[in-house]
Write a protein that binds this ligand. Structure first.
Ligand code: FES
Length: 110
């Protein structure tokens, strides 16, 4: 079972689990770190449209979806920032996940 390291904690999940779902259903510390500021209340709940679940992911995950490419392709995101939308990612192996600052967790302009 893959291990997910995030926000100083480690949880296990099944291969192919959705990353956002894994982070949201585990400890309050993880859930509370996925979204920054008021985006914790205003996010799109996993539709891939708001971009606020953006995280840096190290490890094996599924390729970018069409909607993920679309949303990460305009500000404040940049496709070359190396971020992924947790709601569009399925876990394929052990991961180290990092949330950056900013309303969208964008990497640049922090
Ligand atoms: S929750 Fe809105 S893009 Fe992922």
């Amino acid at each position: 079972m893959p291990l997910i390291h995030f926000a100083g904690e480690t949880v296990s999940c099944s291969r192919s689990d959705n990353l956002r779902s894994v982070l949201m259903r585990h400890t309050p510390a993880m859930k509370g770190k996925l979204y920054n500021s008021v985006s914790g209340l205003t996010h799109c709940r996993g539709l891939g449209t708001c971009g606020t679940c953006a995280v840096e992911v190290q490890g094996e995950v599924t390729p970018m979806t069409k909607i993920e490419k679309w949303r990460l392709g305009f500000p404040p995101h940049h496709l070359d920032a190396g971020l992924r939308l947790a709601c569009q990612v399925c876990v394929l192996g052990d991961l180290v996940v990092t949330k950056h600052s900013g309303m969208w967790g964008q990497r640049f302009g922090e």
